[in-house]
Design a protein around this ligand. Structure first.
Ligand SMILES: [Zn+2]
Length: 341
């Protein structure tokens, strides 16, 4: 079968023939229909310090996908051939304290699809049946392929009670924008999303009704005044990993406000912790999804009318992968989908 493989110690991926996976009793074989390119895949494409020290080549990459079940192992229940599915790409172990307590998202032995084991940018993928999530007919193939990053947004955004609250989101990448849409959908009062890239703010306006803000061009205090905010934002979602954005967020929070941190700084940052203490802020780090609870909530939000499809700006056939990765590297795209069958 065809797969996109990291097989060179340098930039890029290779489209090449690899062996079609076979399955064990508790696994399923999925015929891949749609995949989406994640920031992680871009790091692997660009072969930065993180990627080159993490990925053991050769490795089929990709973890955001949907497809159709082609074959099921003999022990698999509740799944059948032909079902449309996606899957949780963090494959937890079963021995740690957290895994035994059912907190799969906190298991230190977790293995990541497309990073530590053969990924989804291929014609077929083998997955443990327990990680597979069935998709309702109402979820299109394209939207089905972005449920993993949507799950990051769901996890971060639903971390705190947003009803009637004023929310600041720093970073208008796909996860930040989907978070803005979720915050509005669940009843936040004001939602402001900031980015230094106007293209991203324009994309945000196509996906949600949040106010947008470019900190290199506007003054945040004035923007807050124009929105009727007196004491600061109640909830902050830091999605950029930028030191400047985090500083600005801490300054703009109300006393006792709550901040979820999802953006990963590229290196150690300078951060004024005393401000967090004197403002009595709560900080919560977000990594991945709270696994199946997040998948449940995410699908329920879509079922209740949340519309995220406009975050997908480009769709390519998998053979056009070079164009797709170059486009993402240029910063001029939201989610980019590769179709396989
Ligand atoms: Zn991802």
């Amino acid at each position: 079968m065809k797969a996109l493989v990291k097989d060179i110690d340098g930039i890029g991926l290779t489209l090449r023939e690899v062996e079609k996976p076979t399955i064990q009793a508790n696994e399923v074989l999925i015929k891949i229909k749609s995949t989406a390119i994640c920031g992680t895949d871009l790091h692997i494409w660009n072969w930065d310090a993180w990627a080159s020290s993490t990925i053991k080549i050769p490795m089929t990459v990709g973890h955001e996908f949907m497809g159709e079940i082609e074959e099921i192992g003999e022990n698999v229940e509740n799944l059948s051939v032909g079902m449309r599915v996606s899957a949780e790409g963090h494959i937890a172990g079963s021995n740690s304290r957290n895994a035994k307590a059912g907190k799969l998202h906190l298991d230190p032995d977790t293995v990541n699809l497309g990073v530590d084991r053969e990924g989804a940018f291929a014609e077929y993928l083998m997955m443990p049946a327990s990680n597979v999530v069935a998709l309702p007919e109402s979820v299109s193939n394209e939207v089905g392929s972005i449920l993993d990053p949507f799950g990051n947004a769901v996890h971060a955004t639903l971390s705190f009670d947003l009803v009637g609250e004023d929310v600041l989101i720093t970073g208008a990448g796909p996860i930040g924008i989907m978070s803005a849409a979720i915050a509005e959908h669940v009843g936040a009062r004001n939602v402001l999303i900031s980015d230094i890239n106007d293209e991203r703010l324009k994309l945000a306006q196509k996906v949600c009704n949040a106010e947008t803000f470019n900190p290199t061009k506007e003054n945040l205090k004035e923007k807050m005044k124009s929105m009727g905010l007196k004491e600061g934002f109640d909830i902050g979602l830091e999605m950029s990993g930028s030191e400047a954005a985090l500083d600005q967020m801490v300054d703009a929070m109300i006393m006792g406000g709550k901040v979820a941190l999802l953006g990963i700084p590229p290196e150690k940052i300078n951060f004024d912790l005393s401000k967090v203490i004197f403002k009595a802020l709560t900080l919560k780090a977000i990594y991945g999804r709270e696994v199946f609870e997040t998948w449940y909530k995410g699908l329920a939000l879509l079922d209740s009318g949340l519309d995220i499809k406009n975050i997908i700006t480009h769709t390519f056939h998998y053979t056009e992968f070079e164009e797709a990765f170059n486009l993402l590297n240029s910063g001029k795209a939201g989610k980019v989908v590769l179709n396989w069958h």
